[in-house]
Design a protein around this ligand. Structure first.
Ligand code: F6R
Length: 601
């Protein structure tokens, strides 16, 4: 989720790049950089941390810097390599610079080949291969267009790329596949950005590039090397709307982003024969016999979901604890336990302290985290980044999705290295993982249905969200989403446990949201819901199978794996909570009493 900008024109290049990066800082802020290309050569500035550090560096060092008609910039969310100045973009070759958002999946093969041909790499990033490939092909062809086309042909993965070169100094070469890129124009100026927001006030018209489109731009306009569907659109003028990409709330935008971030989360990690985590050394699991997961809130729910998968697919014992409880129970810790913490922010005080306790007791530690260089990632032995990009809505959505995906991948990783998963099952799981981004693409009919249903569920004396197996933590998560943004009382419960007490509450004013997947314990959950229906509870069933006792029904798609149902139902629960909150007139993105990062006990 990095952000990129580019500029060609006679006005203030630096100003557009810096202003543009400020608008994109939400996409990543562990380092930033710009490169400026003019008659006198290339100048580049990079700094670690927030954009303000880059601005200060430019102000100190660029007192006499030349006027440059061409420039590119980048704000980074680390995926390959730590957030250091060397790893910050733009990446340089001998005479060219590149910025990139996305992940080059085959970078290792390309890098090894380039190294064997004598090319020296400075950074640990996947991006650097692009600029060296370009220069290699340029040396062979002596033609920038051909060199760029050959470079793009060689890349697999997701990318939005801008490249500038002294060999053709009036141009920016661009390519898009899987990561967003927009081109804007005004009189005699061309702009590039990862979203609308940087272009507002600068460009009058924009093109939203489609996957597979690439080409070059100069002062005279744009030439595509690919087939293109170029259509100039008028640019909207509201910055607020642009930051939210037209969505009403950041939460809504983040719900809709889940398909994209799921792809980012899995990129480069799913191979033909299993899961690969570059971050984990080969012997890391040698002495590990079980796993303890610690987290808070939504991250705890992801942990609970993961515990089912780790046991089922990884064949490894796994316990999950709420971090604030774990800290004070004087836990007995075993050196053969891997201690896993999960955190979106990487700053949650209880989770951080639990991690320190485990580390001080000599346990191996692993963090699943969204923010690189956060406190938690600095303490843990190993970090698996979730790559969800910045989450602005206080109610966590896309972070949960990516945490669950990492845990699912980790289960398969462990299953493979411990030889406890057979190849047919492994292949089926890998195929299913690849399906997740498609399932997370939101069907407008589900959103419409949630809008309509939200009218019915405003009053009553409470909600029960019920499910079994992984759908139990999903029920907990659905209930948490609803209570935090609607302020209605909601509880998540294991469906089979209702008859042991809570069923006493059942009456028409008790709303039951029943998660009824086709592929996991359908008959069991059906009986549990029938028991509630017999006691007159109002039932809203979420299922691909018709259920005649349901008062309301959200129909999900038929599919062949319970985890695909899990993600489809997750989206329905998120949208339902959001629509109820909107109807109640609440502030969806900043609900009362809550904070995005809980750095106190
Ligand atoms: C709920 C929510 C919180 C967080 C919890 C832990 O929507 O966002 O429950 O999940 O405060 O935060 P992190 O994951 O940053 O450790």
């Amino acid at each position: 989720m990095c952000g990129i900008v580019g500029y060609i024109g006679k006005n203030d290049t630096k100003k557009f790049l810096i202003d543009g990066l400020k608008e994109l800082e939400y996409r990543g802020y562990d380092s930033a950089g710009i490169a400026l290309l003019g008659d006198d050569g290339i100048e580049t500035y990079k700094a670690v941390g927030k954009l303000i550090n880059l601005e200060e560096k430019i102000t100190q060092n660029c007192t006499n810097c030349f006027e440059t008609p061409v420039g590119i910039g980048h704000t980074r969310w680390a995926t390959h390599g730590k957030p250091t100045e060397i790893n910050a973009h733009p990446h340089l070759g001998a005479y060219s610079f590149v910025v990139h958002n996305g992940i080059i999946e085959n970078y290792k093969e390309l890098k090894d080949e380039l190294i064997s041909q004598g090319i020296e790499f400075l950074s640990q990033t996947d991006t650097e291969v692009i600029v060296h490939l370009f220069e290699k092909f340029h040396k062979i062809t002596n033609n920038t267009k051909e060199a760029f086309c050959k470079t793009i042909e060689a890349l697999h993965g997701a990318y939005a790329i801008l490249l500038i070169t002294k060999a053709d100094k009036d141009k920016i070469f661009f390519a898009k596949s899987g990561s967003p890129m927009i081109i804007g124009k005004s009189q005699n100026e061309i702009f590039f950005a990862s979203s609308d927001a940087p272009l507002i006030g600068y460009a009058s018209e924009v093109i939203y590039l489609e996957d597979g489109e690439f080409g070059e731009a100069d002062q005279n306009g744009i030439s595509f090397y690919s087939n293109n569907t170029t259509k100039w659109n008028k640019l909207q003028t509201s910055k607020q709307l642009a930051q939210k990409n037209g969505f009403r709330f950041f939460m809504e935008k983040e719900i809709y982003e889940q398909s994209e971030v799921a792809s980012d989360c899995m990129l480069g990690r799913i191979k033909d024969n299993g899961i690969s985590f570059d971050e984990i050394s080969l012997d890391f699991f040698d002495d590990i016999r079980d796993i303890k997961i610690c987290a808070c809130g939504t991250s705890y729910h992801a942990g609970l979901t993961g515990s089912y998968l780790l046991q089922r697919l990884g064949n490894i014992r796994c316990e999950v604890e709420i971090a604030s409880e774990f800290r004070y129970k004087e836990p007995i810790l075993d050196k053969n336990t891997l201690f896993v913490v999960i955190s979106q922010s990487g700053e949650t005080a209880d989770t951080l302290e639990a991690l320190k306790m485990a580390k001080n007791s000599g346990l191996k530690t692993l963090a699943i985290c969204n923010v690189d260089n956060s406190s938690i990632t600095r303490v843990a032995d190993v970090t698996l980044l979730t790559r969800a990009g910045i989450e602005k809505g206080v109610a966590s959505t896309k972070a949960f999705t990516t945490q669950t995906l990492v845990l699912w991948m980790l289960s398969l990783y462990i299953g493979k290295i411990k030889n406890s998963i057979n190849n047919n099952l492994l292949q089926n799981e890998l195929r299913t993982l690849r399906e997740v981004p498609r399932v997370l693409k939101i069907d407008s009919s589900i959103h419409e249905k949630c809008k309509r249903l939200s009218k019915r569920y405003l009053h009553g004396h409470g909600f029960f969200f019920i499910g079994r197996d992984v759908f139990y933590p999903l029920a907990l998560e659905g209930a948490l989403k609803l209570k935090e943004i609607s302020y209605l009382h909601a509880e998540g419960y294991p469906a089979g446990e209702m008859k042991h007490g809570p069923i006493a509450l059942a009456d028409p004013e008790l709303f039951t949201i029943a998660l009824m997947p086709q592929n996991l314990l359908y008959d069991k959950i059906k009986s549990n819901v029938e028991e509630l229906s017999a006691r007159d509870s109002t039932i809203c069933a979420i299922s691909p199978l018709n259920f005649e006792l349901a008062d309301d029904f959200i129909k999900t798609n038929l599919c062949d794996h319970y985890m695909l149902e899990f993600f489809e139902m997750l989206v329905a629960l998120q949208l339902l909570s959001q629509e109820i909150s909107i109807r109640l007139g609440n502030d969806v993105d900043m609900p009362r009493n809550l904070a995005k990062s809980v750095t106190v006990e």
